[in-house]
Design a protein around this ligand. Structure first.
Ligand code: KIV
Length: 271
């Protein structure tokens, strides 16, 4: 049993200690109060208010359309639920690329209006100015390398990244740069397990993987995917812990049946 379970509040320092002592970090996404209450209660170390909200909450095909105001709305709902987890919020597409002053302004809005604990942004050397500027305000920054969904139209597909030596070398350089600039952790998405392990070993800060194998310092999954609410998304790395889509479907079908047959409400369910 982990002694970290008794820690009242997870901070970036606690995550660093976890890396140092070999304790794996658990991270899940959440976007609303009710779900975040349960995710936090379960003892998840980090909650990511991901821009995957654009997909799973709003139904967009990509993460690009979600706005800063919408991210702040989701983050505030999560923060109101959380007692222990560290809450990290994605900076949405268009709010930090090529504009470090805009990046700082957006990060400050997230921290001030949602009361979250840190921000995350995608990319390496091309966003390093934004990372540095956000850090000057004392806002912790998490990096995100490998498959970076905000660049989907550049990549063209959601396939595994950095399989070629050149891209793998660039990824490692970017990871070291983000660490040097002061990121407290890095997400590695959909890269070969051997590369991810190498990065985690070279870096002194925590490296958290999604589709990056078991050799990293922690794991993150999108809540709706791991609960089996989404069905069409089925990458190899996804472990489903529930079949909530079908459980909910049958609950709704039973409710409709009971309403139609006048079984609901019965005498005990009325005033
Ligand atoms: O937005 C998100 O949910 C993410 C995770 C996939 C890491 O960035």
């Amino acid at each position: 049993m982990s002694h970290y379970k008794d820690i009242k509040r997870i901070t970036t320092h606690v995550l660093q200690e976890m890396k140092n002592t070999g304790e794996k970090i658990s991270m899940l996404t959440a976007y609303d109060f009710s779900m975040a209450t349960i995710v936090d209660k379960a003892g998840t170390d980090v909650i990511l208010v991901g821009d995957s909200a654009s997909n799973v909450m709003a139904g967009h095909e990509t993460t690009l359309p979600i706005t800063l105001d919408q991210m702040i709305y989701h983050a505030s709902s999560v923060i109101r639920a959380v007692k222990r987890s560290l809450v990290v919020v994605d900076l949405p597409f268009g709010n930090y690329q090529g504009d470090s002053k805009g990046a700082l302004h957006s990060a400050v809005r997230i921290m001030k209006e949602s009361e979250a604990h840190a921000v995350k942004l995608e990319g390496g050397r091309e966003v390093v100015e934004s990372v540095e500027r956000i850090l000057t305000a004392g806002i912790p920054v998490m990096g995100h390398l490998g498959l970076t969904p905000q660049s989907i139209y550049k990549f063209g597909t959601y396939t595994v990244r950095a399989k070629e030596e050149e891209e793998a070398k660039r990824l490692l350089e970017d990871a070291l740069l983000l660490q040097e600039k002061g990121c407290f952790a890095i997400i590695l998405e959909k890269v070969p397990a051997t590369l991810a392990e190498k990065v985690a070993k070279k870096l002194t800060i925590p490296v958290i993987g999604i589709g990056a194998g078991g050799g990293v310092d922690g794991q993150v999954l999108v809540l709706h995917d791991m609960l089996g609410i989404t069905q069409e998304f089925s990458p190899r790395f996804l472990r489903r812990y529930h079949d909530l889509h079908n459980e909910m479907l049958s609950a709704f079908e039973n409710y409709i049946k009971d309403v139609k047959s006048k079984d609901f409400p019965n005498k005990d369910e009325q005033y």
